[in-house]
Design a protein. Sequence first.
Length: 326
Amino acid sequence: MPLEPTPAVLRLHPDGDGAEELLLVQLTRFACGSLAVGHTMHHAGQATRGVAFDPVPEHDRASIFLPRDPPRVAFEHRGVEFKQQPAREERPDGRSDVAGGSDDVVVRRVRFGQEFVAELRSRTSAGAPRPYSTLQCVAAHLWRCITAARGLDAHVVTTLCVAVDGRARMRRPPVPDGYAGNVVLWARPAATAGDLLSRPLRFAAELISREVARIDDGYFRSFIDFASSAAVEEERLVPAADAAETAYSPDVEVDSLLHAPFHDLDFGAGPPFFFMPNYLPVEGSVFVVRSFSGDRSVDAYVPLFSRAMDAFSKCCYSLEMADARL
């Protein structure tokens, strides 16, 4: 059974390309008796066990996320959630789908043990008004280590993309408990590579914390007003997220599954002994999940060009990097 992030993992997942089904499940039985459950889905959970829904899912996006009248666009959303689609050969940000040339992308799982995470939080939060979260500290550490491993010039601006869930932030009106769609925007703290690497980890964590706090109810409402306006069509704007992108350098994206209850799944034979995301070799697109070691350890799945992976591996396990110049 493949337990490392390699192309072999793809064989355990159903191919969802072109599929219209809400849920595709593939069961793979191994000679040792293990069973791998691979799923490609738009979201499912209790329905697979025949459990009653509580609350009943709501899907009426149009009535829940109404634009205000008159609209009040208080934040800039061009260049953030929306962009003008440039020609492939004229990428204004200097990136391309072949940013690494012929270099291969390698995905590596790194495990930060419970004691490492606790010490990382302690060092990062020293002197802060309140402790930074596990995700903020781990994301800050990964951001710095990846930036150092890439060898970026000091003047290059690097951005960290962190998803912000609007369910607890939108209050006027609140999002219904049973709403089944996405309510996610991105916090995008940014710094030059020089500043990020010459200052302690606390600097990166504070950037993340401040930017996440900025994505509040007012920001979500501003986004709804702008997304519903005529400007999107008139200016030929498209979503800034590009599913076809294969390299994020100089930026980093961190997707957190730390609070997803995979440990609680039970398909009739008890909880799983392991969970991992699918193999996704997109350079700089990191998944962070709770380790199955049974404690507060954290696993990070980090895709980088092979030339940068050795340098990343040398610094990512060092607590001294929290206080040092990289």
